[in-house]
Design a binder for this molecule. Sequence first.
Ligand code: PLP
Ligand code: COI
Length: 341
Amino acid sequence: MDKKNIDWSGLGFGYIKTDKRYVSNYTKGAWDEGALIEDDMITMSECACVLQYAQTIFEGLKAYTTEKGDIVVFRPDLNAERLANSARRMEMPVFPEDRFLEAVDQVVRANAAYVPPYGTGATLYIRPYMFGINQVIGVKPADDFQFRVFSTPVGPYFKGGAKPIVIKVSDLDRAAPHGTGFIKAGLNYAMSLHAIVTAHKEGFDENMYLDAGTRTKVEETGGANFLFVTKDNKVVTPKSDSILPSITRRSLMTVAKDYLGLEVEEREVYFDEVKDFAECGLCGTAAVISPVGKINDHGKEICFPSGMEKMGPITQKLYDTLTGIQMGRIEAPEGWIRKIL
Ligand code: PLP
Ligand code: COI
């Protein structure tokens, strides 16, 4: 198959329209059979629930070209499950998990010419999403919904790729206790827009959000979970009911334990102890593992010993093993890789 003429290695994390996307509509209490379509535009009522009350949820996963030349996706069953959990919390119908996998397969197959070749550092980002589409003016959920999946080739989420980034402690909160931080709802990202614009204006790459209740514990960033490494090489990740259960983070904890023989801990992490860690990274589908070199807490800097030039040694091992599994260089645990082509 001929690939598109794209400068794969020069890609950033942006949107490029691909050939086909998947659409299924939910009306009268049932999902229709769904189809691939060419039209990337959506027409809806001015009073659609998603436009007025932000009833929308999404997922993010990637297709990779392996060393052997296969096209695979990484743990898409967990994205299907998480979208179902998001739907339940947002009073939306669940899109059946087996159909989610089938829709992802169809979109990747139809856009195979956009899946970046092995070794370019780029991947095909897949964005499943669902929203309330009928008119709603009193505050209540929609009755009709649309589920879609589009794809776009992407490079690194942070400019500079694997170079350590600098983040700030945000004064604004992203998610409330007993709120929606644990699901992937558009509203959580709307909450973070002012904070990310502010952080960028001040010269930072991202925000560290603290728990909204006490502002003493580390939560996550706008688009990734945290991983820390202690001075004695233990991998620590924050536990909280108001952060997204990252599939990358859950996978990395397994990689750390079973592939690298490291001790791992998922527990509350107090901001006060962050200065004592040896390494810090952000992990997620888009972020992969992005090393953090410095955290700015209202002018006071926490500088990790791993520095501003490269990833710390444990972060690097985690990165190499995870991407090795995704690209087929390292054998994956049972069920982690879905081969599409
Ligand atoms: N946290 C937030 C807020 C995110 O948006 C994401 C991205 O999906 C993650 C964490 C990482 O999750 P995953 O590893 O499943 O992509
Ligand atoms: C992802 O990693 O898939 C995300 O959704 C993070 C961000 C791009 C919103």
